[in-house]
Design a protein around this ligand. Structure first.
Ligand code: ATP
Ligand code: RIB
Length: 408
C-alpha cells in the first residue's frame, strides 16, 4: 500500500474512532511502528491530530476546516504543507520564530478573596472558578499570541481534566503540540487565592502528571527541538525531563531560557547550561541567598547567580520592572504602566513574549522591552492564562515612552 493510501485510511479511522493506536496500526498495515509514528507526526503537523501516549486523538476543530460540502478533502491534507515556517499577522506581515516549550498544564482552581488569609483565618470568596493554567501552557499561549510558531510538550493524567486541557490547547490556536498521558498521576492542578485588595496572589501547585515525563518522551521531540530557535521551560515538570530537554538543546546550540519557577534546590547543577535565567525576586533570593528588597539587592543577587555559569540573568520585579544582569553591565527596565486586574501569570506572559522576541532575532534589551509591554497588558486581564495579542503590544509600545536605566 502506498503512503498516501495508508494515510487516507488512518484519517478515516481517526474520524470514525476518534483515536488511533500506533501498535494496532502497525499490525493493520504490516509496517513498523516507526512508519506509523511518522504518519501520526504528519497529521499532528496539519493540526488534525493531538499525539498522546501510544497513539493520537483527533482534533475535530482543525479537521472541520478540511471539510467542504460534508466531504473531507483528503487530497489537500495529504499534500506536503508549504510555507509552514511562515505565519501572517492580521496586517498580513510575515511572523516567524520557532519556540519549543516544555512545561506544565494545570487546572487552576481560583478564589477571589478580599485579602490573602492569615494562618487559621477563614474568609468568604467573592468569586470562584476553574481555569486552564500551568506555567508551561500559559507561556506557550503567550508565545503563540506574540506571534511565535510554537511547539508545546506537556503531560496530563487520564481523568476528566485531560479533556479540558486538550480542549484549551486546541482552542488556543497553538499550532503544534504533543500531549502525553499517564494513568499513574492526575492532571496537575493549582489552588490560587487572589486578593481583591491589591491584586496579589498565593498559589499551591500539585504537579501530578506534569512530573512524570520520561527521557524517552523528550527524545521523541528531537525533531521539534532541532527546528526551534529558542527553547523555553520552567520547573513544574520533573528535573530529569528538563535535563534531557536542555541536553538536546545544547547539542543543537539553541538559545535556552529557563524560568526557574517554582524554585527547587535541584536546579543548581543545570544552571551552567542555561543561556538566560528569568527568576522573579523570590526565586532570585533562593538562588543567591540574598534577600531582595530593592534594586541594589537584586543586582547583588544577579551577580551571585551569574557565578553559577548561567550566561544572563533577568530578575523580574513585578510592577517595578526587571533587571538584566550580565557580566559587563546591569540594566533596569521599568515596567510599563498598567491598570492591574490580576497579576497571576505576569511572569508567564513575560517569558513567552521574551522567547518569541528572541526567536524573531531581536536583541536582548528590545526583547525585554517587548516582554515587559506584553506582561503589562496581561495583568490587565483576569486569569493567569489571559494573554494579549501582538498588535496590542505594538500599540502600547508606540503610545508609552520607556527609559532604560544603566545601574552602576
Ligand atoms: P507570576 O508568578 O504571578 O506569574 P512573577 O512573579 O513570575 O509572576 P513578576 O515579576 O510579577 O513575575 O512580573 C513579570 C513582569 O511582568 C515584570 O518584570 C513586569 O515587566 C511585568 N509586570 C508585573 N506586574 C506588573 C504590573 N503591575 N504592571 C506592569 N507590569 C507588570
Ligand atoms: O504562573 C501562574 C501559574 O502558576 C498558574 O496558572 C498555576 O497553574 C501555576 O502553575
Amino acid at each position: 500500500m502506498f503512503k498516501e493510501e495508508r494515510r487516507a485510511t488512518i484519517l478515516n479511522l481517526l474520524i470514525k474512532d476518534h483515536s488511533v493506536s500506533v501498535s494496532k496500526l502497525a499490525v493493520l498495515f504490516n509496517v513498523s511502528q516507526e512508519t506509523i509514528r511518522s504518519d501520526l507526526c504528519y497529521f499532528q503537523k496539519t493540526g488534525m491530530l493531538v499525539r498522546c501516549y501510544g497513539g493520537g486523538i483527533v482534533n475535530r476543530q482543525t479537521l472541520s476546516r478540511f471539510i467542504t460540502k460534508n466531504k473531507i478533502d483528503i487530497s489537500s491534507t495529504l499534500a506536503t504543507p508549504t510555507n509552514k515556517d511562515i505565519r501572517l499577522n492580521k496586517d498580513g506581515a510575515k511572523m516567524s520564530g520557532k519556540v519549543c516549550i516544555l512545561g506544565s498544564f494545570n487546572i487552576d482552581v481560583s478564589a477571589t478573596v478580599p485579602w490573602l488569609p492569615q494562618s487559621g483565618e477563614s474568609i468568604l470568596a467573592s468569586q470562584f472558578g476553574f481555569y486552564p493554567g500551568g506555567k508551561g501552557a500559559n507561556q506557550a499561549l503567550a508565545a503563540n499570541n506574540a506571534g511565535a510558531d510554537v511547539h508545546f510538550i506537556f503531560k496530563v493524567g487520564n481523568d476528566q481534566f485531560s479533556a479540558f486541557a486538550l480542549n484549551h490547547i486546541i482552542q488556543s490556536g497553538i499550532n503544534s503540540y504533543c500531549a502525553y498521558q499517564t494513568d499513574d498521576a492526575p492532571t496537575g492542578s493549582a489552588l490560587i487565592y487572589f486578593s481583591a485588595e491589591d491584586g496579589d496572589n498565593i498559589i499551591a501547585i500539585y504537579p501530578g502528571a506534569n512530573m512524570t515525563l520520561s527521557k524517552q518522551e523528550i527524545n521523541e521531540q528531537q525533531g521539534y527541538i532541532s527546528e526551534a530557535a529558542v527553547l523555553l521551560m520552567q520547573l513544574e515538570t520533573n528535573i530529569d525531563a528538563i535535563e534531557e530537554f536542555v541536553h538536546l538543546g545544547k547539542l543543537e546550540k539553541k538559545t535556552i531560557i529557563l524560568n526557574p519557577a517554582p524554585y527547587t534546590k535541584n536546579v543548581h547543577h543545570l544552571l551552567s547550561s542555561i543561556d538566560i535565567l528569568t527568576p522573579n525576586e523570590t526565586e532570585a533570593s533562593f538562588l543567591s541567598g540574598i534577600t531582595i528588597t530593592d534594586i541594589d539587592d537584586a543586582k547583588r543577587a544577579g551577580y551571585i547567580i551569574l557565578q553559577s555559569g548561567v550566561k544572563k540573568v533577568i530578575i523580574t520585579l513585578g510592577a517595578q520592572g526587571s533587571l538584566l544582569c550580565e557580566h559587563h553591565r546591569t540594566l533596569f527596565i521599568p515596567a510599563w504602566d498598567a491598570v492591574v486586574k490580576d497579576a497571576a501569570g505576569a511572569g508567564d506572559a513575560f517569558n513567552g513574549a521574551l522567547a518569541t522576541s528572541l526567536a524573531r532575532k531581536s536583541d536582548l534589551v528590545s526583547a525585554i522591552q517587548y516582554a515587559s509591554a506584553f506582561a503589562s497588558l496581561a495583568v490587565e486581564q483576569e486569569g493567569a492564562s489571559s494573554m494579549p495579542q501582538h498588535e496590542q503590544v505594538l500599540h502600547r509600545m508606540r503610545t508609552q515612552s520607556h527609559d532604560i536605566v544603566n545601574i552602576k
